[in-house]
Write a protein that binds this ligand. Structure first.
Ligand code: NAP
Length: 488
């Protein structure tokens, strides 16, 4: 239940139905499901629970709207995004409250996400008018090569719960800019933020049917038929590698173009020559942003033996001082994890490491009381056999390993099937370049604990994904190339 008048208003104002072809409607047989506040375990409200027929109706709406939207002027598409950027920015306080209620993160974190999320609309509002092609004389001189880039067509966008707004705008922004229509399915744990965003986009002038929102608990049953329907031309997914792999199999049926932003297992390497205070500051950001529930979260800390104790002590002090509580409360820095399963998985990984010999420097125990809280935790002397050396923790736990040679650190950092991001702290420029080149990751945070930036290509190597979101290449994921051979 919302606990204050303001919380009630913010929840009441959200559309709770499916948004299909510009109309808000109930799901088949008026089925609904509850959205929980993870800090209390109480239901905030109910939203529509779509059936496979509802999913198909959303696809039909996107398919119908596609030709007109592809023909809309790039400037018009850009200006809708720009207006939406401004509306999100104006309403950041209310959106932050909504996001905190359904996801748990503190209000300050929700606001930071909103700034990041809105930037994708500003960035792609500028990219909409810069979609270019190519024109050249062919090698024999007798013909011409014309290369055009056209909207790929109706897209299916599936997003996770950890960044309920940004994971949506990172896909919706370039799709709108490119002239694609879409069906979006937000995570069933956090559907409210995307429903709110859809209202904002409608207010900004997005035509009916361009963005259709399907909320459902029968996710596989509703999404499966859409992925294999020939009218869908693109699947963009952010979520776990496990589900990504399943979707890739389904997508192979019609050789569907896919973008996959999947799991991570980021190493955070601190060399002996690093500025330890800077490294601790970066570690706090890389570990504790979003309560550790980020694909970019530092998962394994490799610290040179010469500075390991200093780094561990300082990090332990900072982590131990963080205020844990309901995200809506003043001064809270660490909210609950998103659900009981997530909290229990984190606890299980810590217990496994401790059983195998790790030392708990702070945290390490589920507190009593309501909500899915887990305290900021630092572990030292962690053996490499601990499960959290291999598995994505997705919680506020920092396991520290030590090394003595650069080669050893790089080998350990790369010893994972994931390759989303790596962090590296060193003051030596040559070492920084040498080691950055050897890290097997799509992104490197060099002397900084955060890489996310709407103007940069976000994405992973290995099992962390396919394609890039953001930057000047982000729009390419929503465009098809056509070459016209001209006989002149
Ligand atoms: P998830 O369980 O894979 O779910 C992600 C989305 O996929 C949700 O909307 C989910 O719907 C949907 N889904 C689940 N089963 C499906 C199916 N059979 N068919 C179609 N859709 C299905 O991931 P999560 O727990 O929400 O998110 C955490 C994961 O996302 C972590 O591994 C994290 O690293 C990754 N992530 C990656 C990035 C990146 O950019 N690389 C960014 C953020 C998060 P329901 O909610 O209804 O289950």
């Amino acid at each position: 239940m919302p606990e204050t008048e303001r919380e009630r208003r913010v929840i009441d104002e959200v559309t709770k139905g499916l948004i299909i072809g510009g109309a808000v409607r109930d799901a088949t047989e008026q089925k609904t499901f509850g959205v929980e506040d993870p800090s209390t375990g109480q239901i905030l409200c109910d939203v529509a629970d779509a059936s496979p027929e509802d999913g198909m109706a959303a696809l039909e709406a996107a398919h119908t709207a596609q030709p007109d939207w592809a023909a809309a002027a790039p400037r018009e598409r850009g200006e809708i995004l720009r207006r939406a950027f401004e509306l999100i920015t104006e309403r950041a306080d209310d959106i932050a409250m909504l996001m905190t209620l359904e996801m748990g993160k503190p209000l300050a974190e929700s606001k930071a996400e909103i700034t990041y999320a809105a930037e994708f609309f500003r960035w792609f509002s500028e990219e909409a008018v810069r979609i270019s092609g190519e024109w050249k004389v062919n090698a024999t001189g007798s013909g011409r090569v014309l290369v055009m880039r056209q909207p790929i067509g109706p897209c299916l966008l599936i997003t996770p719960w950890n960044f309920p707004l940004a994971m949506g705008t990172r896909k919706i922004g370039p799709a709108i800019a490119a002239g694609c229509t879409m069906v979006i399915k937000p995570a069933s744990l956090t559907p409210l933020t995307i429903l709110k965003l859809a209202d904002i986009l409608a207010e900004a002038g997005l035509p009916d049917g361009v963005l259709n929102v399907v909320t459902t608990k029968s996710t596989g049953k509703v999404m499966g038929p859409l992925i294999t329907d020939g009218r869908i031309r693109k699947l963009s997914f952010t979520g776990s590698t496990e589900i990504g792999q399943k979707l890739l199999q389904q997508a192979s049926e019609q050789v569907l173009k896919t973008s996959m932003e999947l799991g991570g297992n980021a190493p955070f390497v601190v060399c002996a020559d690093a500025d330890v205070d800077d490294a601790v500051q970066g570690a706090m950001l890389a570990k504790m942003r979003n309560i550790g529930e980020a694909c970019t979260a530092a998962n394994r800390f490799y610290v040179h033996a010469d500075v390991a104790e200093e780094f561990t002590k300082k990090l332990t002090e900072r982590m131990g001082d963080m205020k844990v509580g309901r995200g809506t409360e003043e001064g809270v820095e660490v909210g609950p994890l998103v659900e009981a399963d997530q909290r229990d998985k984190v606890a299980e990984l810590v217990d496994d490491a401790v059983q195998k010999g790790a030392t708990v420097r702070t945290g390490g125990r589920i507190p009593s009381g309501q909500g899915y809280f887990y305290p900021p935790t630092v572990l030292s002397d962690v053996p490499t056999s601990a499960r959290l050396a291999k598995e994505e923790i997705f919680g506020p736990v920092a396991p520290i390993f030590t090394f003595t040679e650069d080669d050893e650190a790089i080998r350990a950092a790369n010893d994972t099937e994931f390759g989303l991001v790596s962090y590296l702290y060193t003051k030596d420029l040559s070492r920084a370049i040498r080691l950055s080149e050897r890290l097997e990751a799509g992104m490197v945070g060099l002397n900084q604990g955060m890489v996310s930036n709407a103007g940069a290509p976000f994405g992973g190597w290995k099992q962390s994904g396919l394609g890039r979101e953001g930057g000047s290449v982000g729009i390419d994921e929503y465009l098809e190339i056509k070459y016209v051979a001209m006989n002149v």
